[in-house]
Design a protein around this ligand. Structure first.
Ligand SMILES: [Zn+2]
Length: 410
């Protein structure tokens, strides 16, 4: 990117940010060359009408004047990442740790991550999860600070949380503290081989109690046995699943368990930033060897998952320090390297992700009655998925947070 382009981009962001404070004409119309509605439908010459923060209509044709005429761009629903760690960052010494920081410093790093995530077109993310998220979620919801709609698990359950009864009490406590979901660590990290850690009874207690109090459950599970236990316990989603076989994939399909593999960003990011992670916890030589071996393994696992008709595949990245703002790389990898059709990958990151969050009636599609979360990308992602790297317009809840369409197209 040239300095001039960078400057005009920055000016565009500033102008867009300032304009959010003032009143916008209502209704607002956003027009582009085409739209993909998130549910499988493409709309040529699309105009989306927005009123009161909601989508009123999605039309083809030019019968109305456009508030935002986005020329050769493609409109998409705001993207959703079901798995980020919004608090993680490279700290003062450039390392992937927040050691020695004040709470205010940690919070500002999280605010930066929220900002770059929204600017990359992700209007909703699920943070899995940190106590900092609760105040960040409230700050973003106040509507001034730019960030994605935020969901959080706050604190996870693991094998040391206690007996099934203690685990149930823990779940009720995180619910009372404001959690949107319950995160379980049911297996070791992939850097330690991924074996099951929580017992079947502990997993049943956590997911059962989550359901009883109206929360979804998200289970970190690599090994086949941990994935089977989570699926049979009725947990909402299995995340990672790097070692699953056809049997577990079919089991998840049969139980309507969502499956959220992370194949295109998280491991690659650790390797790209090895020196910043090395020496922290299990980020040692052995751990990195597992990470490197895991990349082709996960790619093959994903291809098997694609072959299981009816399996509900989610787009979650597990983004940590170094990966924030790059969540689209997971989608691009799935399409370019693992062979998922772009239409399915885009539905995964919009309408199917919204379903998995129990928010399908509010987000995840360009459809009348839903929140006006929409983005525009430079190019047509159905033909060239790398268009997702070129997000030039971001609207969340009817508010425009980014509009660099004109300067980017000069
Ligand atoms: Zn994670």
């Amino acid at each position: 990117m040239s300095t001039k382009t960078r400057m005009s981009l920055a000016a565009g962001v500033l102008a867009a940010t300032v304009s959010t404070a003032g009143a916008q004409p209502d209704p607002v119309t956003v027009r582009a060359s085409s739209a993909f509605d998130g549910r499988g439908r493409s709309v040529p010459d699309a105009t989306v009408v927005v009123h009161g923060g909601k989508i009123v209509s999605v039309e083809s044709g030019r019968s109305r004047p456009a508030t935002y005429d986005l020329g050769g761009l493609t409109l998409l629903p705001g993207l959703i990442d079901t798995h980020v760690h919004l608090d993680t960052h490279f700290g003062k010494d450039g390392r992937a740790t927040s050691q020695g920081e004040t709470p205010a410093q940690s919070m500002l790093y999280e605010a930066e991550n929220a900002y770059v995530t929204l600017m990359a077109g992700f209007t909703t993310v699920q943070s899995i999860g940190s106590p900092l998220d609760v105040d960040m979620r409230a700050a973003i919801a106040r509507g001034i600070m730019p960030g994605p709609r935020l969901l959080t698990s706050i604190r996870p359950v693991n094998e040391n949380t206690g007996t099934p009864e203690q685990i149930r009490a823990f779940v009720r406590k995180v619910k009372a503290d404001g959690a949107d979901l319950v995160k379980l660590f049911a297996s070791k990290s992939s850097r330690e081989g991924g074996g099951q850690t929580m017992t079947d009874e502990q997993i049943q207690a956590a997911c059962g109690e989550a359901k009883a109090v109206g929360l979804r459950s998200w289970v970190h599970a690599h090994s086949p046995s941990s994935v089977r236990a989570a699926t049979l316990a009725g947990c909402t989603t299995v995340t990672h699943g790097s070692q699953v076989t056809d049997m577990e994939l079919r089991l998840m399909q049969q139980h309507a368990t969502y499956f959220e593999p992370n194949i295109g960003l998280v491991s690659q990011n650790y390797l790209e930033n090895k020196s910043r992670y090395f020496g922290i916890g299990n980020f040692n030589e052995e751990g990195f060897a597992f990470t490197e071996k895991g990349i082709p393994m996960k790619r093959e696992m994903f291809r098997k998952a694609l072959a299981v008709t009816g399996l509900k595949l989610l787009m979650g990245t597990d983004a940590g320090a170094g990966a924030h703002g790059r969540s689209a790389e997971e989608i691009i990898y799935r399409v370019q390297i693992a062979g998922q059709p772009a239409r399915d990958a885009l539905a995964g990151t919009t309408s199917i992700n919204a379903q998995s969050l129990n928010l399908a009636d509010r987000i995840g599609a360009l459809a009348a009655g839903l929140d006006a979360d929409l983005i525009a990308v430079d190019g047509n992602p159905l033909e060239d998925i790398t268009a997702l790297r070129r997000v030039v317009f971001v609207m969340k809840g009817g508010v425009v947070y980014k509009n660099v369409a004109r300067s980017a197209h000069k």
